[in-house]
Design a binder for this molecule. Sequence first.
Ligand SMILES: [Zn+2]
Ligand SMILES: [Zn+2]
Length: 335
Amino acid sequence: MRAAVLKEPKGQLQIEERAVPTPGQDEVLIRVHACGICHGDLMVRNGDFPFVRPPIVPGHEVAGVVEKLGPGVSYPPQGTRVGLLWLFSSCGHCGSCIVGDEVLCANGQYVGMTRDGGYQEFMLARADNVLPLPDSLSFADAAPLMCAGLTVYAGLVYAGFKPGDKVAVVGLGGLGEMGIQFARAMGGRVAVVSSTKQKEGRARELGAEKFVHEGTEEVDEALRSWDGGADIVLQVAPAPTSANAALRGLASDGTFSLLAPVPISPDPFALIMRRQRIMGSCSGSRKDLRATLDLAAAHGIRPSVRCFPLDRANNALGELENLRPSGRIVLLMDA
Ligand SMILES: [Zn+2]
Ligand SMILES: [Zn+2]
């Protein structure tokens, strides 16, 4: 089988021929059909995570089919179309694990970071962290839900989202497009904040009722003039200036949900007087991925994807890094 391998930080991926791995205890072998490319993969390649030790096969937005069951596994059966958590495994007994928040486990292993991920034709996964895909989702449409979709869904839910809430999505890349669609499907109202005026059409097509063009408008004033401000800000763009402006556009009792590592400088007086919260959120657990997939299937939530063959993984990463496309890039193994 072919695998795209990162041999050293900041290096190019190399396509290698490898033996198809054998699933161990509690593992399944997955035939990968599609793997989305995430900003996290660029950070892996660029050596931004000290716990990632190459050689490693990146990729944690995986959709494929269960090819073989390891010892002790009875579910999901061979032939099931599945998606995977970013979390490869967790301890199973800490406080987070026992309440089903296993993504918060301090002893996790991570797909495409500490375990070989989806930039290859076959990979291993823990049977527990593999979920069946709804029939209506193609592999290419499902793959970006495993990180981008799950991240925005969890970012909304754990911010205390309620139907009718006004959600400001800051940044309209792959995550932002998912953010609009999930917030709308869950009964929210959406404003998009972007420095690219040309993205207004796409924002409105996906259901945003308001578009704030950073550059010609004051973001904080524009948000506060939106019936008192945003109940939730989903900060998906790695852009400190927009983040801090959007933070000042929060409504009373609003929550600022940080999904990208951006330095922010809150005004403590505003936080106190308006009883606001700032939180961060990263990916999600099995219960969150189940809900993400079910919502996507029920409401027709689809990422806009551009597909590349596995052999062009370096080009695909370069495109994400340099062009900041509005949709999501997906590697297809059989393209
Ligand atoms: Zn744990
Ligand atoms: Zn990701």
